[in-house]
Design a protein around this ligand. Structure first.
Ligand code: AMP
Ligand code: MG
Length: 520
């Protein structure tokens, strides 16, 4: 296993001068050197073949002892010094001060095919940022992060990636529902990969501490290494930088809305500066279309991070980032203008995205209302978002009154389709048929296009749970099956058609399927 190192982060940014691994406030620095914890009995569970190739590794590399040891923290790559990043963040709307990589350890940055990737172990032990926790991760949440981050990539959603998932052989104590019933679970480590793991919170913490020197160093670093097309740092470049972060953040969130992904913990420490989906915790997928839904039980009361609020939270988070960058710009107007643009861009981008989901390629003023009515109808009775949109591609413009039968599988309880509900749907289908007739596209072509934006397969919460239950018993075949299935989420894949199905009833109220907490 051979990597070309390109350690930009540690070379170009100030390090914490203390090398001891004690909990502390780390000032005037962007990271602390740390050492991953030795694991007792590491065992690989799964490796992403695509990430292997992306990093210039072979399948043979992945079965070596060295691979296993490096990606569970038991040995270090030659000439590398692992580190934990220092950041803060707003959690559920409140400034939380320093957070940092409490259980993520960056091994190194490596270069392959002219691209640089940071390799990071999640769950490899304590760091100065671990606060009251243990720095570890359990199998259950690691399977969820591993499968979902790869699935998101294949769905075309910007995301961090995952190279591998391994068991550590150590047990980890967790209280899943925070109700005093702590139990031991299998410890695991996911190797995450991204061009950078920088978050809004990295900038925020330096700004909160009024450390403008380090803040400037970090922003300049970010521009030089990740936004180099913007040119040399200057006030104008800082503004363009913020504008691009806002655009990328919005693009990511519009994708989430398209596929029905709910992140669950959109705290500013979980917002990537590159607009990547990051930190897969209590995330979930809309099954029944309910815009108020959040999978995160920790947020059940306020539902701050519910599906429909994700675009607003993106804006709120960008506002915090703007505050953090302000000391470098000293001019609120351009930042405010960018935040205003986010709002109008959200409206037009989401309208465009929704048009594509229902196969509209021309633009009519009435489209907005048509889409609003569709979203209202989807919430009349419990309707599966993924199945509905996927099957809508089969809609026959000449038989709108047959559409309800065509889409029957999308409804969780067809008995709930009262005459009143049916009549609302038939009215919508009739309007939809008239609108489609204005399009200049064949039905076959429309279906083909719609199937490129409406996934057939997503990682439903119960699917992960089944894979987790099997993995807890040492059986990884389902992890492999789901990994393979989700590589082609837009393809028919007849041999996997059992996964194109509504959530089974047993999963409705099961922990891990519809209810998740931050305990991971
Ligand atoms: P999250 O919202 O899960 O992304 O985590 C928020 C903060 O808590 C981050 O600083 C994490 O590094 C930290 N954290 C979460 N779980 C643990 C853990 N088991 N041990 C140490 N730190 C943790
Ligand atoms: Mg986090």
């Amino acid at each position: 296993m051979k990597f070309t190192l390109n350690n930009r982060f540690t070379k170009q940014l100030p390090a914490d001068s203390i090398l001891e691994n004690t909990r502390r406030q780390v000032i005037n620095a962007c990271f602390s050197y740390v050492t991953p914890k030795q694991t007792t009995n590491p065992e690989l569970v799964h490796v992403s073949d695509d990430m292997l190739t992306t990093l210039g590794l072979s399948k043979e590399d992945s079965i070596t002892k060295e691979f296993l040891n490096v990606f569970t923290g038991n040995s270090l790559l030659p000439d590398t010094k692992p580190y934990a990043m220092c950041y803060g963040g707003h959690q559920f709307g409140n400034w939380a001060g320093q957070l940092g990589d409490g259980r993520a350890i960056n091994l190194a940055e490596v270069k392959h095919n002219n691209k640089t990737w940071a390799l990071q172990l999640k769950g490899a032990g304590e760091t100065p940022y671990s606060r009251t926790a243990d720095g570890l991760a359990v199998l259950r949440s690691s399977v969820r992060e591993y499968l979902c981050s790869e699935a998101m990539h294949y769905l075309g959603v910007p995301t961090t990636r995952a190279l591998s998932i391994a068991l550590t052989g150590d047990n980890v104590l967790r209280d899943i529902l925070y109700n005093g019933n702590a139990a031991y679970e299998k410890g695991a480590i996911v190797t995450r990969v991204a061009p950078s793991f920088l978050r809004f919170g990295n900038y925020q913490l330096l700004a909160a501490r009024e450390d403008t020197t380090t803040l400037t160093t970090l922003v300049d670093y970010t521009i030089k290494n990740h936004f180099s097309h913007l040119g040399n740092p200057s006030k104008e470049t800082y503004i363009s930088f913020f504008k691009e972060v806002a655009e990328k953040t919005l693009e990511m969130i519009v994708h989430w809305q398209r596929v029905g992904f709910v992140h669950g913990v959109m705290n500013t420490d979980n917002m990537s500066i590159l607009g990547l989906t990051i930190d897969y915790g209590p995330y979930g997928w809309l099954e029944g279309y309910d815009v108020d839904w959040t999978p995160n039980t920790t947020d059940a009361e306020n539902r701050r991070y519910r599906y429909s609020n994700q675009p607003n939270v993106g804006l709120w988070n960008l506002f915090q980032l703007a505050n953090a960058l302000f000391p470098l710009i000293n001019d609120a107007a351009p930042l405010e203008a960018i935040l205003d643009e986010y709002k109008s861009a959200y409206e037009s981008d989401s309208l465009q995205m929704m048009r594509s989901k229902i196969g509209l390629y021309d633009e009519f003023d009435t489209d907005f209302t048509l889409i609003q009515e569709l979203e209202a109808n989807l919430q009349l009775v419990e309707t599966d978002m993924t199945i509905f949109y996927r099957m809508l591609a089969n809609f026959n413009v000449d038989a709108p009154n047959k559409a309800l039968i065509l889409l029957e599988d999308a409804f969780y309880n067809t008995a709930a389709l009262t005459d009143q509900v049916k009549s609302k749907w038939n009215k919508w289908f009739t309007a939809y048929a008239s609108r489609l007739k204005l399009e200049n596209i064949t039905a076959a072509k429309r279906k083909e296009q719609m199937n490129l934006v409406n996934p057939k397969y997503v990682l439903r919460n119960y699917m992960s749970q089944l894979a987790i239950d099997a993995a807890e018993n040492g059986d990884y075949t389902l992890i492999n099956e789901l990994y393979t299935l989700l590589k082609q989420p837009y393809s028919e894949q007849h041999k996997y058609k059992k996964w194109f199905a509504k959530r089974p009833e047993w999963a409705r109220h099961k922990v891990g399927c519809s209810m998740l907490s931050c305990s991971s």
